[in-house]
Design a protein around this ligand. Structure first.
Ligand code: GRE
Ligand code: ZN
Length: 357
């Protein structure tokens, strides 16, 4: 689609704002432009059996609404995509999903069922929905097998995994920098698909610093802290020295890593303490990591992310239904970026990454 078709001045039932180059839409929000053909990639659905994972994240009194949005594809989800000009949304199972299942055979079964269900939904609207695989990371070999099936047979675009995996006992926490996952990463690199490292909460037994301050758990702070640390473990372990073509995606504009990237490398250089990684963290962020705007709709944070990562490594996303499509799209359509940069972040970076026409 040529750029002049993607960017158009919004023509809705709005009223002119005197002296302002803007319109007010039906919801009373200022909308200057709308970018057509946006692509998003941190968008979640739930199976009947996985909604309970996230019901406690709903706004009080809104659990039913959240459930309706998580379990729906063609009604609310697609209508909102239409309303806010999202052409294609890559979908994934709600967190913590397969990673919280203790029994490995059950984890394998849930991943397969979730991926088969998602493939059916994508097949109904292949022009609008695509899939990320849920993976049973409890068993790295089974994870490779399921990812391979999802890419080769189901046409999925990559994997989305919700942080560390539990296994056998509730207190087991397994990160993916360990040697037992190196064959898994080799397979991801060979399949040439990205791995989205999505947040989950740290276990309560490892969350002493939140004692008495529960409001900072979940998505306000704990998600990013947990996910940033997992990403640092991957980078620090030398994973990307072993697999230089491997690409991972972080949501929420990088789970705070871009903001502290200079200091991180500054301190690691003075005190490396035997870190296995051959390069500074900046190198991996700029060669092996991509960010999305999911749930982080703020111009200064986006500008900093672009400065630190490069425009080519940032992609627009919503984090539906934990964020509203309206908040994400109205912000993005009217953010400070040039029109050309909006098309890069809102569409062409994702097209290139996923080989879309
Ligand atoms: C997410 O998937 O990103 C998420 C949740 C729960 C609350 C907020 C949120 O799973 O962003
Ligand atoms: Zn999310």
């Amino acid at each position: 689609m040529p750029i002049h078709h993607i960017l158009r001045i919004l023509l809705v039932d709005g009223v002119d704002v005197p002296g302002a180059d803007a319109m007010v839409d039906q919801t009373g929000r200022m909308r200057k432009f709308t970018m057509q053909g946006k692509i998003t990639l941190e968008e979640h659905f739930a199976l009947e059996g996985t909604f309970a994972n996230t019901s406690r994240f709903s706004v009080p009194g809104m659990a039913e609404d959240l459930q309706a949005r998580l379990t729906d594809f063609e009604n609310i989800r697609l209508k909102e995509m239409d309303e806010f000009d999202i052409e294609l949304a890559i979908q994934s199972l709600n967190a913590p999903g397969v990673q919280a299942v203790l029994e490995t055979p059950e984890a394998i079964d849930l991943a397969q069922r979730s991926n088969d269900y998602l493939a059916e939904q994508c097949a109904r609207r292949p022009d609008r929905f695509a899939g990320f695989a849920a993976l049973p990371m409890q068993d790295p070999e089974a994870a490779v097998e399921e990812l391979t099936r999802c890419i080769r047979d189901l046409g999925f675009k990559g994997a989305l995994v919700n942080g560390f995996t539990q296994k056998d006992t509730p207190e087991t926490v397994i990160y993916f920098d360990g040697p037992e996952y190196r064959p898994f990463w080799a397979a991801v690199e060979a399949l040439n698909v990205p791995f989205y490292l999505h947040p989950r909460n740290p276990l309560p037994s490892r969350s002493q610093y939140f004692e008495g301050h529960p409001w900072f758990t979940n998505s306000a702070w704990a998600f990013a802290m947990e996910t940033a640390m997992h990403a640092l473990r991957l980078m620090g372990s030398g994973l990307f020295d072993d697999f230089p073509k491997l690409q991972i995606i972080l949501g929420h504009l990088g789970e705070r890593i871009p903001f502290d990237l200079w200091r991180l490398d500054h301190r690691l250089k003075k005190s490396p303490q035997g870190i296995p990684a051959k390069e500074p963290m900046r190198y991996y962020m700029q060669n092996n990591v991509h960010l999305t705007t999911s749930g982080n709709f703020h111009d200064p944070t986006l500008n900093l992310s672009i400065t630190e990562m490069g425009l080519e490594r940032i992609m627009f996303s919503v984090d539906y239904p934990f964020e509203t499509t309206e908040d994400a799209a109205v912000w993005f359509d009217n953010c400070e970026l040039s029109s050309a940069d909006k098309v890069t972040i809102g569409r062409t970076n994702a097209q290139k990454m996923f080989g879309l026409d």
